[in-house]
Design a protein around this ligand. Structure first.
Ligand code: AP5
Ligand code: MG
Ligand code: ZN
Length: 220
């Protein structure tokens, strides 16, 4: 059983690394950003409610997110564990997560902080795009498809960029991280579950560091 949280500012590489760990550990990536974007795309009641807040780069309210995750972790694919990507993002969310796991006689095993240089984040984010068919992530400069315009993984030829990936929105998202999410670092450090990896290293090096941090789960 491995229950992980990936913590880090926008563009730190949470999604990139969560996908890799999900494949190697055989547990799902629970990205609240992806879940919310799917609701927006489907124009569901929830999607219509959160669209403007997300597009502005601000945080969606805690009660909505807590509800979303509480339902998700009870799905059968989460029985062997999960990788939280983008949740919790505020102290009330972290406390609610502790409560819901406690009720299920479970706990978080490791919180991995991706430590990055804030100046590099804007470049990472504004260059990012994903395959609309399979969700594979790419970057104009750091990770281009092998053949231009064709997804390496599924052969898809359509790509999309996120509405909140414009430079001015990225600044708002960084401010939200500093104000609301960064306080989770001392919170988890105090619980003895925090591990920090160098998010500025190459993608492969980051994956290796994360695997090491997870390998020590249970060793304390
Ligand atoms: P969310 O989707 O979670 O966005 P985010 O936190 O802003 O993070 P990103 O997805 O932008 O970055 P990432 O760390 O995943 O980086 P990535 O791997 O793509 O949330 C979006 C919105 O949803 C929020 O603003 C909010 O409105 C709402 N929301 C979601 N959860 C919420 C919650 N719990 N509470 C309230 N609201 C919530 O990497 C970025 C780029 O860099 C990629 O192109 C990648 O190829 C490249 N890259 C990655 N690693 C490296 C590396 N080591 N070297 C070079 N390039 C790299
Ligand atoms: Mg992401
Ligand atoms: Zn694809």
């Amino acid at each position: 059983m491995t229950r992980l949280i990936l913590l880090g500012p926008p563009g730190a590489g949470k999604g990139t690394q969560a996908k890799r760990l999900s494949a190697s550990l055989g547990i799902p990536q629970l990205s609240t950003g992806d879940m919310l974007r799917a609701e927006v795309k489907a124009s569901s009641a929830l999607g219509l409610k959160v669209k403007a807040v997300m597009d502005a780069g601000k945080l969606v309210s805690d009660d909505i997110l807590i509800d979303l995750i509480a339902h998700r972790i009870d799905q059968p694919d989460c029985r062997k564990g999960f990788i939280l990507d983008g949740f919790p993002r505020s102290l009330p969310q972290a406390e609610a997560l502790d409560r819901m796991l406690g009720e299920r006689k479970a706990k978080i095993d490791r919180v991995i902080e991706l430590k990055v240089d804030v100046e590099a984040l804007v470049e990472r984010i504004v260059g990012r795009f994903t395959c609309t068919k399979c969700g594979a992530g790419y970057h104009d400069k750091f990770h281009r498809p092998k053949k231009d315009g064709v997804c390496d993984q599924c052969g898809g030829t359509e790509f999309a960029r996120r509405a909140d990936d414009k430079e001015e929105k990225v600044r708002t998202r960084l401010d939200a991280y500093t104000a609301e999410t960064a306080p989770l670092l001392p919170y988890y450090k105090g619980r003895g579950v925090l591990a920090t990896v160098d998010g500025m290293a190459s993608m492969d090096a980051v994956t290796r560091q994360m695997s090491q941090a997870i390998g020590t789960v249970g060793v304390a």
